[in-house]
Write a protein that binds this ligand. Structure first.
Ligand code: NAD
Ligand code: WQD
Length: 366
């Protein structure tokens, strides 16, 4: 028998697909909703190839409350939600802010309304380290703990911090309303997971990141340079106050990140903490040059790059203090940067066209 049933919104996306896989491997039933805006249905086949179980899939928009209601009605066993579906391009968010608020905030409100209607009371939300903005503006806040004041510096980040507030208010209200009728309300819980920089792919080479359109994150861009789709990497600034002048980030393997969702979900079910925020990061900062070096090593040759101006809105250092998640969730990132680079390269070599191709033959024949 399944240990529970989870609705995963945005479950065909990068982090969602790895989390759906981790849930299935842990014995959960998984129902994915995604409108395929930035992902492919082929992900469902790849998940099944790896674990032998197929998640249910609905191609629907997260802002469509009626469609969400239908999913909950058809799957009355769903007792938890992990909410990934969102738009996530920082630059674009400043150009079309209303679309970002409509999907990210409006979609979360539709989801919470539908959950309330169907009495589904646990939600794990994909927040982001970007809610902290520039933590170097405070003394002693690098590595960044959860009590660092939030202060996002872009529209995307503000949609994430707004959803954190919406969820917090919603859960608190549900608990208070329950108390008025003599109940504890403790079944209402939320985890706000603030992830740092996700990286890597599945070691099988079958599941990975395949954003539609032009990628803007460092590692997918480096992978495109390595596979010959891009001439060189542009390094955004080498005049930061770091060991080599390039900016520092906390790159966390997507398999560790996926596990973080599983343990957070189990924590909500076991401990009923109300609303809690946890950082999911490694606690180890790496510069852009560290990343170029690490990825060049697994590829086996130097990758071309050119230093250009800083990118607007970038900050010097986003490194997590993950102690709270280490202690409370008993979760720790275990994989290394080298693992992430090796897995990303295997995924890229095996799937030069991403999910627009059949899975790697060796895997299917194995
Ligand atoms: P992704 O784009 O791969 O996944 C998001 C999924 O949501 C996609 O499959 C997309 O098709 C779907 N989606 C978008 N709009 C939708 C809509 N209106 N209705 C239904 N589905 C919709 O991104 P990801 O990197 O896997 O990110 C997942 C979540 O994690 C997002 O909420 C993102 O903001 C957050 N996050 C990502 C990062 C990162 O660097 N990748 C870091 C921190 C937080
Ligand atoms: C990493 C480092 C760049 C591209 C973003 C979002 C954040 C979160 C993760 C969702 C930076 C440098 C990059 C390039 C470069 N997403 N870089 N050349 O900006 O840390 O975080 O993704 O929540 O919210 O802001 O990630 O991968 O874009 O950049 O030099 O072509 O690589 O300057 O220092 P970032 P990134």
């Amino acid at each position: 028998m399944a240990v529970g049933s989870v609705l995963v919104t945005g479950g065909t996306g990068y982090i969602g697909s790895f989390t759906a896989l981790a849930l299935l491997e842990a014995g959960y039933e998984v129902v994915i909703v995604d409108n395929l805006y930035n992902s492919s249905k082929e992900v469902i086949n790849r998940i099944e190839l790896i674990c032998g179980k197929r998640p249910a899939f609905y191609e629907i928009d997260i802002t469509d409350e009626a469609a969400l209601n239908k999913v909950f009605t058809e799957h009355p066993d769903i007792d938890n939600v992990i909410h990934f579906a969102a738009l996530k391009a920082v630059g674009e968010s400043g150009e079309i802010p209303l679309e970002y608020y409509r999907v990210n905030v409006g979609g979360s409100i539709s989801l919470l309304r539908s959950m309330t209607k169907h009495n589904v009371t646990n939600i794990v939300f994909s927040s982001s380290a970007t809610v902290y903005g520039d933590a170097t503006r405070f003394p002693n806040m690098i590595p960044i703990p959860e009590h660092c004041p939030i202060g996002p510096t872009n529209t995307y980040g503000r949609t994430k911090s707004t959803v954190e507030s919406v969820i917090t208010d919603c859960i608190e209200a549900q608990r208070n309303n329950a108390k008025k009728t003599g109940e504890s309300g403790e079944q209402w819980n939320a985890a706000l997971l603030r992830y740092f920089n996700p990286a890597g792919a599945h070691p099988s080479g079958v599941l990975g990141e395949d954003p539609l359109g032009v990628p803007y994150n460092l590692l997918p861009l480096l992978a495109q340079v390595a596979i010959g789709k891009r001439e060189k990497l542009l390094v955004f600034g080498d005049d930061y106050a770091s060991k080599d002048g390039t900016a520092i980030r906390d790159y966390i393997h997507v398999l560790d990140l996926a596990k973080g969702h599983l343990v957070a979900l189990n924590y909500l079910r076991d401990h009923h903490p109300g609303v809690k925020a946890w950082n999911l990061g490694t606690g180890k900062g790496s510069t852009v040059f560290d990343m170029i070096k690490a990825f060049s090593k697994v590829v086996g040759r130097d990758l071309p790059y050119q230093v250009v101006e800083r990118r607007q809105g970038d900050v010097l250092d986003l490194t997590a203090n993950p102690s709270l998640a280490n202690q409370e969730l008993k979760w720790k990132a275990e994989l290394t940067l080298e693992d992430a680079c090796a897995d990303l390269w295997r995924w890229t070599e095996n799937n030069p066209e991403g999910y627009n191709q059949d899975p790697p033959k060796e895997f299917v024949d194995a």
